[in-house]
Ligand binder design. Structure first.
Ligand code: TYD
Length: 132
């Protein structure tokens, strides 16, 4: 698989940096939810979503995101705030190796919905087969 990366425009001047996201402009979907991971001390994720689309942006520090579409895997290092990693629906993701200062922003196309999660890898592979 080839992970899709988005350019995140940074507006920087002598006062600092500003990043803005706009639905269907800097993001490939209508934004419904934003959440942040920080102070992370262990690997996270280990699930896929049935319909949720996400973009992950590492605002500070670094982390690694392993993406798996059921056929291929790709490990992406996120350590730049001008890069957004697209995480399509039906993509198994694992997040590893968070630096202590990492702040990971996740922009999501839907509100939080536990029934959209696929938390077992075997169930994920079954869903991928059905979708093909
Ligand atoms: P989870 O998605 O499992 O975290 P991660 O993928 O980072 O390991 O969510 C952890 C907990 O947080 C779980 O109880 C659900 C809750 N949660 C919300 O309430 N709202 C949210 O937007 C998210 C992403 C999680």
């Amino acid at each position: 698989m080839r992970a899709q990366l988005l350019d995140v425009p940074i507006i920087r001047d002598e006062r600092g940096a500003l990043i803005s996201f706009e639905s269907m402009l800097t993001l490939p979907f209508h934004l419904k939810r934003v959440y942040f991971l920080y102070d992370v001390t262990a690997s996270r994720g280990f699930h896929a979503h049935k319909s949720l689309e996400q973009v992950a942006v590492c605002l500070k520090g670094s982390c690694e995101i392993l993406l798996d579409d059921g056929v291929e895997q790709q490990n992406v290092v996120l350590n730049k705030s001008n890069v957004g990693l697209c995480i399509p629906r039906l993509t198994w993701r694992e997040m590893h190796n968070f630096s202590a200062d990492c702040i990971l922003a996740i922009l999501a196309s839907e509100n939080y919905c536990e029934s959209d999660y696929i938390r077992e890898y075997g169930d994920f592979l079954k869903e991928v087969k059905v979708a093909k």
